[in-house]
Design a protein around this ligand. Structure first.
Ligand SMILES: Cc1cc2nc3c(=O)[nH]c(=O)nc-3n(C[C@H](O)[C@H](O)[C@H](O)COP(=O)(O)OP(=O)(O)OC[C@H]3O[C@@H](n4cnc5c(N)ncnc54)[C@H](O)[C@@H]3O)c2cc1C
Length: 502
């Protein structure tokens, strides 16, 4: 949406979304937006913390752009009407999150994503050249002679060809390829798969961040319990009532996310229980209700009073650090195609994202993407029309019959069990084979419909993650292998890239 608003200054814009416009990862962001605007903070501190979290794989130039331009992007949001929490004297109230050396996260209670979405939707409505089509599923890119000319998309299961002088993918993340995730149902990794099939270079696909604390309660979704809850004093305890984070990291509850996620998994194994607990019962009910209204209400809805009860939590797939490789201007390797937001990999996050840096990345690189696409369009010659050919699905071979929903569940389970917080070479190799077999099993893809397209995307993306996880024979950031438990700076301060022709 930030990209479309900028693009409106340069030409006609068509914005398509697979569900309602407000249904996205952005909508569910809780903690806030990291920005170095507090009195005791500096841009350099924010850069430092981002590089530190990224474990040697951030591109410092990209990080500097995000941190420096981020200040204007956040000020702009405020000018457009975003009401972030303030102190009594009207100064912004910055919160603390894990691995930040300063309080630098602007937020609106625990509903920063909703506030940001609402402001951007309102701003979109003020633009005169943006047309929005909701419930429009992009299936693939239209390419000819190595150039992108638009997309193939469905509306009500009918295929449409949409030509565009420049195409920008900002299709968000892929949490839904894992059984346990904080991401909404739209986050099936479509953009990664679409770009990869069109020949784009993918990078850092092994780096999936797991959020340490998603709600683990019978009948409730894996609702995120924001890191800000630990930032405000929440304490993790195991089922024996023991506080444990000091054993794992000097920053205790505010250690990097991969450290906290692995610590939680270890405590679950040590105690033989399926979760640990987050304790905020020492905070006052008034503070909890004001600071975390959505978390309070959601937990209350499922019968949990978080001001008196412990919150059962476990880790869930949360954020993709890798993605479609772009340069600092968001250009992909395919002329005519640009990418921004979680779908893109500008390398600002490296091997592990610093909390609340992704909304900032979306705002900064969203705006940059539109400017870059506009420059590309200005230098274009006459538009080209491409013809579209469809491959009919083949006749099912002899193999186990699966529905599309069953195939999706197989992917989610394989990824969760073997390609999650802790990985090893043998299991990764087995999963690679099982995913290959699933791809070769045509029983779940005998029809052309959005669910089948989505499942194919999940499968393609899962295979990319497994392949890169096999290749990276070390542990770094969010990628942890028990057979290579150490970070290997001698051989592995490098990025793994994949293209469809590999
Ligand atoms: C629960 C939760 C809490 C979070 N909290 C924070 C936080 O506090 N701070 C922070 O910085 N980050 C947070 N994040 C991460 C952050 O929200 C996301 O990384 C970011 O919002 C991604 O934005 P995006 O624009 O790239 O994608 P999204 O906001 O997910 O938007 C993707 C869009 O692409 C569309 N789309 C996808 N596939 C298709 C297709 N095939 N066809 C057509 N349209 C398609 C979708 O409909 C959607 O409109 C959180 C994430 C979650 C899930």
């Amino acid at each position: 949406m930030r990209c479309a608003i900028e693009a409106n200054q340069h030409g006609d814009v068509l914005l398509v979304t697979k569900s309602a416009i407000s249904e996205s990862n952005t909508r569910y962001a809780q903690g806030g937006i990291a920005v170095a605007m507090n009195d005791d903070d500096r841009l350099d501190f924010h850069v430092e913390d981002t590089l530190q979290a990224g474990a040697g794989l951030c591109d410092e130039a990209a990080v500097r752009i995000m941190v420096e331009e981020g200040v204007s992007r956040v000020m702009e949001l405020i000018n457009w009407g975003a009401e972030f929490d303030k102190h009594g004297d009207q100064r912004l109230n910055f919160t603390q999150e894990g691995a930040h050396q300063k309080r630098r996260v602007v937020h609106r209670g625990d509903e920063t994503g909703k506030e940001t979405t609402d402001v951007l939707v309102n701003q979109l409505k003020c633009q005169d050249r943006i047309r929005v089509i909701e419930s429009c599923f992009v299936v693939d890119l239209l390419t000819k002679d190595g150039v992108c000319h638009g997309v193939l998309a469905t509306v009500d299961q009918v295929l449409h060809v949409i030509f565009a002088k420049a195409t920008i993918l900002s299709t968000g993340g892929l949490g839904q390829i894992y059984q346990c995730t904080s991401n909404p149902s739209i986050a099936t990794g479509d953009g990664y798969a679409i770009a990869w099939r069109a020949g784009c270079q993918m990078v850092d696909m092994e780096f999936v961040q797991f959020h340490p604390t998603t709600l683990f309660l019978d009948g409730a979704p894996h609702f995120l319990i924001s890191e800000a809850v630990r930032g405000e004093g929440g304490i993790l305890i195991n089922s024996r009532g023991e506080i444990f984070m000091a054993k794992y990291h000097e920053l205790e509850e505010l250690a990097p996310r991969d450290v906290v996620s692995r610590a939680i998994l270890n405590e679950m194994e040590l105690t033989g229980t399926p979760c640990v607990y987050l304790d905020i019962t020492h905070l006052t009910q008034d503070f909890i209700k004001t600071r975390f209204p959505m978390i309070y209400q959601t937990c209350t809805h499922y019968g949990l009073n978080i001001s008196t009860d412990l919150i059962p939590v476990r880790s869930g797939a949360h954020f993709m650090m890798g993605g479609i490789e772009t340069n600092l201007d968001t250009e992909t390797h395919l002329p005519g195609l640009f990418a921004c937001g979680e779908a893109a990999c500008t390398k600002v996050h490296g091997a592990n994202r610093l909390a609340s840096n992704s909304l900032l990345e979306c705002l900064v690189f969203g705006a940059r993407s539109a400017r870059s696409a506009a420059r590309y369009v200005r230098h274009l010659g006459a538009s080209i029309r491409v013809s579209v050919q469809f491959e009919q699905p083949g006749t099912p071979a002899q193999s186990t019959k699966l529905t599309t929903e069953e195939a999706k569940e197989v992917i989610r389970e394989l990824m969760w069990r073997h390609v999650g917080i802790i990985r090893n070479g043998n299991e990764l190799a087995e999963v690679a084979q099982q995913l290959t077999d699933l791809d070769a099993n045509p029983s779940w893809k005998t029809e052309f419909n959005d669910s089948v397209f989505e499942c194919q995307n999940m499968l393609d993306v899962a295979r990319l993650i497994v392949e890169t996880a096999i290749q990276r024979t070390e542990s770094r950031g969010a990628h942890y292998r028990t057979d290579f438990p150490d970070r290997d700076d001698l051989n592995w301060i490098s990025h793994i890239r994949l293209t469809a022709s590999d």
